[in-house]
Design a protein around this ligand. Structure first.
Ligand code: 13P
Length: 251
């Protein structure tokens, strides 16, 4: 089963117009077919600017969050999936650990947002991962099993069928300390097994991304894992050269 490789950049709350323009220009100049699907998730105010800058390139546009509400209405400050699709997004990150930790997103909210994404024909990239304390207490599998169980208990069938899962160990995010290739493959194999217990067909097709201090110099070793289908890249996605080097490592 070939699942294809996805390299997704998550800019988080970084960048400005000049950086968006430079990134888009450099990606287009590189102009190569990298053999991986590429996606950038920029702050929403820059989504259209990035979309225009990247037009004609193979890099798709995603969002970092969406409202759990599907219908438009009185939800000040929120943006729904239909709006994201309208400005050209194809994917949306859901349940990033920063949103879970800083904005109180529970498993129920994450499931509702995954459903809302799919209702708007967006592909949700659902993030899971353990804290350092949980890893050190040997609870990694227990935590991940609970996060996968919550998704299957609470998401609609259509959302499960479309989701991408990103394993982002919280201790590896923004720390420069990536999971080792052995650690990431072990967890990805475990996650695929958890999914297989519920849906063997889905387990074979679902893309599992690794995120957490992915850089050009560690990407190839991480991608060597049989169950590692790409990456969700934070800091190294802010510059076209490092983002493209990671994509090249996947090729
Ligand atoms: P870093 O690549 O900066 O560690 O961020 C990972 C991440 O959280 C991507 O969503």
């Amino acid at each position: 089963m070939t699942r294809g490789t996805l390299i997704a950049g998550n800019w988080k709350m970084n960048g400005d117009s000049a950086q968006i323009d430079a990134f888009a220009r450099e990606v287009k100049q590189a102009g190569e077919d990298l053999g991986a699907d590429l996606l950038v998730c920029v702050p929403l105010v820059y989504a259209e600017r990035m979309q225009q800058g990247l037009s004609g390139s193979a890099v798709a546009l995603g969002a970092q969050n969406l409202a759990a509400e599907i219908e438009p209405g009185a939800f000040t400050g929120e943006v729904n999936g239909a709006m994201l699709a309208d400005v050209g997004c194809s994917h949306v990150i859901v349940g990033h650990s920063e949103r879970r930790a800083l904005y109180g997103e529970t498993d129920a909210v994450v499931a509702a947002k995954a459903d809302a994404a799919v209702a708007a024909h967006l592909q949700p990239i659902v993030c899971v991962g353990e804290t350092l304390r949980q890893r050190e207490a040997d609870q990694t599998e227990q935590v991940l099993a609970a996060q996968i169980a919550a998704l299957f208990a609470q998401c609609e069938r259509a959302a499960l069928a479309r989701m991408i899962v990103a394993y982002e160990p919280i201790w590896a995010i923004g720390t420069g300390r990536s999971a080792s290739p052995e650690q990431s493959q072990a967890v990805h194999g475990f996650l695929r097994g958890q999914i297989a217990e519920r849906d063997a067909t889905l387990a074979r097709s679902v893309q599992l991304l690794y995120g957490g201090s992915v850089k050009p110099d560690n990407a190839a070793a991480l991608f060597a894992g049989a169950d590692v289908d790409g990456a969700l890249v934070g800091g190294a996605s802010l510059k076209a050269d490092s983002f493209l080097d990671i994509a090249r490592a996947a090729g």
